[in-house]
Write a protein that binds this ligand. Structure first.
Ligand code: AMP
Ligand code: GLY
Length: 421
């Protein structure tokens, strides 16, 4: 089978490695992939948002199955376009990807179907939003409606901060049209848990839970990033919480989307907060998380491609989805200065004996040498029988990898370790 994976980050690298385990797979193309993914797939220089070029490539190369991994092509309708060209693919159609594409849609859906989430109001008028925050309880959370590269959420401790966030989103167009509408919501507290789930629109099968570390620096200091490291499973996701999430959140969400005529297929990412009043949905993503995927898929003991195809065919209830009863840790090595300004082009050295545990996110090949080309450069994953072992091994491997101006957090998994004690 010829497989095509749209995207080019660490998440896509992890997906490609896992898909390659299926014996029927003969070729894997990555669009655009990256310099590290080139070890495991043929990279094709087509941007993940160039839907026309993606479809043309898939047709010309007789792709049997496509995996659309990032949010933008999903929200733009890549799965629909491939489907019209006769190519089956993994991921939601445009009318279901809106669950991530519009926070107003997601919040209104949860309200209509009684799915637990933070109390909120939506606004498309700056004046009314400003009026509202004058009286609202603090802290308060301001969210741009549309996709904003993970930066569209501002936790405001003061009214001035809230006013500033609203003006920058709604008047100054900081996130383009993504900020035309905003959600203003109640501030919740509690540990966060990421749960990725396979779904064919009817059946939902949660994967092993995970914990992301979003801030750039140790002890959760510094700016928010796309994610600086992950561990799986997440100790806050107890059996009790798991059962509650299934009944109150996962199944109701899948049913709600079905009832709305927007059946969701692919991977649905539940960003949860375990509050004193129970689990609440913080956000939905319409795709695998990055770097959650880099700890979840290494623990998957069944065939990823078979599961993916079953989500497309509506036969998810018939395929095994099993995970090893072990632990995984992924540490992201980034370029100094990320998530703001950083320099690129530094040579990366990765010893061959650990190369298969490295998922490359932002690196390019220059004259045959791998060089940094992004903020998050790569993720290093280790699997162990205990969380402690997974963390220790991940950091041992990190120490063996070198590039100039590398930085990483030193405390990935520490909070999970304490919670598990
Ligand atoms: P998001 O981009 O939606 O994942 O939000 C980024 C981060 O903001 C989340 O991971 C949470 O840590 C935080 N956050 C979002 N909404 C809330 C909320 N209602 N209360 C507290 N923290 C929040
Ligand atoms: N790691 C968070 C995300 O993928 O959105």
């Amino acid at each position: 089978m010829k497989i095509m994976v749209v995207g080019g980050g660490g998440r896509e690298h992890a997906i490609i490695r896992k898909i390659r385990e299926n014996p029927r797979v003969t070729e894997i193309y990555a669009l655009p992939g990256n310099g590290g993914i080139a070890r495991d797939a043929e990279c094709v220089n087509i941007a993940a948002t160039d839907i026309d070029a993606i479809v043309r490539f898939a047709v010309e190369n007789r792709i049997d199955y496509a995996v659309v991994a990032p949010d933008d092509p999903l929200v733009l309708g890549c799965v629909d376009a491939l489907g019209e060209a006769g190519i089956p693919s993994f991921g939601p159609r445009k009318n279901a990807a809106i669950l991530e594409g519009s926070k107003v849609f997601a919040k209104d859906l949860m309200k209509r179907y009684g799915i637990p989430t933070a109390a909120y109001e939506t606004f498309d008028s700056l004046d009314r939003a400003l009026e509202y925050v004058k009286k609202a309880a603090l802290p308060i959370v301001v969210k741009a409606d549309g996709l904003a590269l993970g930066k569209g959420v501002v936790i405001c401790e003061t009214r001035e901060e809230a006013e500033e966030a609203l003006v920058s989103m709604m008047r100054d167009g900081r996130f383009g049209h993504s900020g035309d509408r905003v959600v203003i919501e109640e501030f919740l507290t509690g540990p966060e848990v990421s749960v990725l789930a396979f779904t064919d629109g009817k059946t939902v099968v949660p994967m092993v839970s995970s914990m992301d570390h979003k801030r750039a620096h140790d002890h959760d200091e510094g700016l928010n990033t796309g994610g600086m490291g992950t561990v799986a499973p997440n100790p806050y996701y107890t059996r009790e919480v798991e059962a509650q999430c299934m009944q109150e959140i996962f199944l109701p969400t899948i049913r709600a989307m079905q009832q709305e005529g927007r059946p969701f297929t692919g991977c649905l990412y539940f960003g949860l907060m375990i509050t004193p009043k129970g689990p609440r949905v913080i956000e939905y993503n319409c795709r695998f998380g990055d770097p959650e995927t880099q700890v979840v898929l290494p623990l998957l003991t069944s065939d990823l491609l078979d599961i993916m195809m079953a989500t497309t065919n509506g036969t998810l209830s018939e395929v095994p989805v099993t995970f090893a009863d072990r632990h995984a840790c992924c540490v992201i090595m980034a370029s100094e200065g990320y998530p703001q300004h950083y320099e690129k082009g530094f040579a990366i050295s990765i010893p061959e004996d650990i190369a298969d545990d490295v998922y490359v996110a932002g690196a390019a090949l220059r004259d045959g040498t791998l060089v940094t080309s992004g903020g998050r450069v790569l993720g290093v994953t280790a699997v162990g029988d205990s969380l402690q072992e997974a963390i220790r091994d991940a950091y041992r491997k990190v120490e063996k990898i070198h590039f100039d101006h590398a930085f990483w957090r030193h405390d990935i998994g520490q909070r999970a370790l304490k919670a598990g004690e």
